[in-house]
Write a protein that binds this ligand. Structure first.
Ligand code: KE4
Length: 436
């Protein structure tokens, strides 16, 4: 380029991210394909991510971050794990999908059953939402009952009946938690309090013979990470058995995350039905529901419960999931546990040194910080945390090159690709953020 002969007003290149966001906003509601990605809870411009490797992601403006979003859970091995990339390439080059049974789905189904013996039979679908709604359809068919109990702060995907919020009192009907959900759909879902078996017992006593299932995240992770208090899951198991209802563990997040056998292995409580997603697809679109053979054989074409899906059992998703599960051995879980503990301790001491009220909810590589003094045990206590403090914290960490999930009630996800240096850098960034 020849040297300019006068002052040059360089037209500042609009950051490429701004261009992509403008185009996205003209195409998608809120400019995103899932609400949390719009960063409304934390402010700031949502990043446009173009690549990731291991524990690092890069945005379109060239900034890199240590990533604790991990696509909200699937990437327990980190971004672009070679064995997973190769599995997707192989199945895609083989010409899939076919709309027919493939060896890949048979192998992944077997690997899931080996890890979770309660899943005697299962059905693959393409999202956790589909899996949860189908599991509840099976529960209603199996029991001939209409009502479902979920927990305030629990999230099981966006099927109508699961978008219900508690009415004014325990006695009143649940209300729709979203526009477009009918009062009738919401009324069939009853709301209990997480970690409070008495609230579940009261619903059973108030609705004798009408509850088909209790669905629970065995480790709550959609109100932030709130572990089950000792005995909570066992009491759900006992209450549902006593009242002829099914116990459904939504292990979309916890499955293969908190242990190879999921929360049901970690806490030794066996549900009737299990809902899976995320990790079992290795980052590709996936969901699954499974349980006792007698229950799953109610599903078409074996039985009267209809459920179907064009891309169910997509061979690339199956192979990506299988490649992932094959790499999840005891050493990986030990490493995730160690890194999780180190991150928790570092965050807690950084906040303590700065006199910040902060608690951490953690199970293994799944954790959340709460800007409140003690770790919450249910959704009411979660809501006492300071969302503005989290928003400021999120922004400061982002500035420091640490990408946290953009909402205080989301879980952070460590991967096997995170290193001690990543954790150390995260704690140092938090230390500076708490001081600011
Ligand atoms: P999907 O339909 O999003 O695949 O799965 C729904 C679902 C079901 N059950 C549990 C316990 C879940 O956490 C989810 C989805 N999790 C959210 C993260 N909190 C997905 C992120 C998003 O909605 O963009």
């Amino acid at each position: 380029m020849t040297a300019p002969d006068g002052p040059v007003t360089v037209q500042a290149q609009p950051a490429a991210g701004a261009d992509w966001r403008r185009r996205a906003e003209s195409l998608f509601p809120g400019g995103v394909n899932s609400p949390v990605r719009a960063y409304r809870a934390v402010g700031g411009e949502p990043p446009i991510i173009v690549s990731g490797e291991g524990a690092t992601v890069r945005d379109v403006d060239g900034r890199t971050y240590v990533d604790y979003v991990g696509a909200f859970g699937p990437l327990i091995l980190g971004h672009a794990r070679p064995e997973v990339v190769e599995a997707v390439r192989r199945e895609t080059e083989a010409g899939g999908p076919f709309g027919a049974t493939t060896p890949a789905e048979v192998e992944l189904g077997g690997a899931i059953r080996d890890a979770m013996p309660s899943v005697e039979r299962l059905r693959f679908v393409s999202s956790g939402t589909e899996a949860a709604m189908s599991a509840l359809r099976v529960a209603r068919a199996a029991t001939g009952r209409d009502l479902v109990v979920k927990f305030e702060g629990g999230y099981h995907g966006h099927a109508d009946g699961l978008l219900a919020q508690a009415g004014s009192g325990l006695a009143t009907l649940s209300l729709p938690a979203s526009a477009g959900v009918t009062a009738e759909a919401a009324a069939q879902t009853l709301l209990a309090r997480y970690n409070d078996p008495a609230s579940v017992r009261a619903l059973f006593e108030r609705n004798p013979g009408r509850v088909a299932a209790v669905i629970v995240e065995p480790v709550a992770a959609n109100m932030g990470v709130v572990p089950p208090v000792p005995g909570f899951l066992e009491q759900l198991r006992e209450l549902t058995a006593r009242h002829g209802a099914l116990l459904v563990f939504d292990e979309v997040i916890t499955g293969f995350r908190v242990a190879r056998g999921g929360a049901q292995a970690r806490y030794h409580v066996t549900p009737d039905l299990t809902v899976l997603g995320k990790i079992i697809g290795g980052g590709m679109p996936v969901g699954a529901y499974g349980g006792r053979a007698g229950l799953l054989d109610l599903v078409a074409p074996a039985g009267p419960v209809y459920q179907a899906g064009t891309l169910s059992g997509h061979p690339a998703a199956m192979a990506a999931g299988l490649a992932t599960l094959r790499l999840l051995d005891a050493t990986v879980y030990a490493r995730l546990e160690r890194l999780g503990a180190r991150l928790e301790d570092g965050l807690r001491s950084a906040a303590g040194d700065a006199g910040r009220a902060l608690s951490v909810g953690r199970v293994g590589s799944l954790l959340t910080v709460f800007f409140r003094g003690s770790a919450p045990r249910d959704f009411d206590e979660v809501r006492e945390a300071d969302p503005e403090a989290f928003a400021r914290f999120h922004g400061a960490m982002r500035q420091a090159g640490i990408l946290l999930p953009p909402a205080s009630q989301e879980a952070w996800f460590l991967s096997a690709a995170h290193t001690d240096e990543d954790v150390e850098r995260t704690v140092e960034a938090a230390r500076a953020a708490f001081r600011a």
